[in-house]
Design a protein around this ligand. Structure first.
Ligand code: NAI
Length: 286
């Protein structure tokens, strides 16, 4: 039986989520996506119009299929959590049932079970501000969208994940080393995500026999990264200083995620896997 994957955090073909979906599809998995509600229309339209066809091309010459796209906003767990101004916002009125609990219920109703859960989303409204200048509201929003969203996804999805299943998130070196420019509490959010990876690995490992790992990825020119503002500097820094002096390709993260999701990684859980050309090993710029 082929595996089924739900990948949260895909709204174009530029980010890690897309690359992971593609690598899992190439390995034979059925692909379900969770797309941020405000980005849903443009993503589905672009998909339908063939804008992503070139990047949908698999090594075997076919285009990878997306079985279903679910609208999702991972900062809300249940309809009761959604504030009135969001409920009435026309960017949110395009869809229904997009809180985490509701999406999980829809996936369960549509497909019964999944094998692979991927969290490839983050948001920090004050990411361009130094931590010292970050408001409490901005800090908590970063943690809510980037860290708790993963706790919530696992809480609602793991009960219908098949034993032996695998869950993966994406983290960044700024959790453990100071990277000026990655502000707004995003460094804190990634530290929480990595710590939660260990605790959740224990909890869902014991309860459901599911593995939980996170990939610490090198810099990629995704939509989210461009919004931070210093992505070109980070890519140049990595190319100059990492053991492997090449630009990271999102497919390299996709393949690593496919490995972690596969039986080849059946004893790996609770870990941070660096897919960053080795940059994290360096203590000085050379
Ligand atoms: P991306 O822009 O492709 O992905 C981020 C996605 O999160 C977007 O599709 C966005 O619509 C979605 N999103 C934001 N708030 C959401 C919410 N409340 N509910 C549902 N979806 C929401 O960018 P990228 O860079 O591929 O990001 C994926 C993951 O990789 C993130 O966790 C990011 O922190 C991480 N990462 C990125 C690096 C980079 O250099 N691009 C480096 C290391 C980690």
């Amino acid at each position: 039986r082929g595996k089924r994957a739900f990948i949260a955090g895909v709204a174009d073909d530029q980010g890690f989520g897309w690359a992971i979906a593609k690598a899992l599809a190439a390995a034979g998995a059925e692909i379900l996506l969770g797309t941020w509600v405000p980005a849903l229309n443009i993503f589905e339209t672009s998909l339908r119009k063939g804008k992503f066809d070139e990047s949908r091309l698999l090594p075997n010459g076919s285009l990878f299929e997306i079985a279903k796209v679910y609208p999702l906003d991972a900062v809300y767990d249940t309809p009761d959590d959604v504030p009135d101004d969001v409920k009435s916002n026309k960017r949110y009125a395009v869809a229904t049932g997009w809180t985490v609990k509701e999406v999980a219920e829809s996936v369960k109703n549509d497909y019964g079970s999944i094998d692979i859960l991927v969290h490839s989303l983050a948001n920090g409204p004050e990411v361009t501000k130094p931590l010292l200048d970050t408001s409490r509201k901005g800090y908590l929003a970063a943690i809510s969208a980037s860290s708790y969203s993963y706790v919530s996804l696992l809480k609602y999805f793991s009960p219908f994940m098949n034993p032996g299943g695998s869950s993966i998130s994406l983290t960044y070196l700024a959790s453990e080393k100071t990277i000026p420019g990655y502000g707004g509490g995003m460094s804190s959010a990634k530290a929480a995500l990595e710590s939660d990876t260990r605790v959740l690995a224990f909890e869902v490992g014991r309860k459901y026999k599911i593995r939980v790992n996170t990939i610490s990825a090198g810099p990629l020119r995704s939509r989210a990264a461009k919004a931070i503002g210093f992505i070109d500097d980070m890519i140049n820094y990595s190319t100059a200083n990492a053991p492997l002096q090449k630009e990271l390709d999102s497919d390299e993260v996709g393949y690593s995620a496919a490995f972690l999701a596969s039986p080849l990684a059946s004893a790996i859980t609770g870990t941070v896997l660096y897919v960053d050309n080795g940059l994290h090993t360096m203590g000085v710029a050379v």
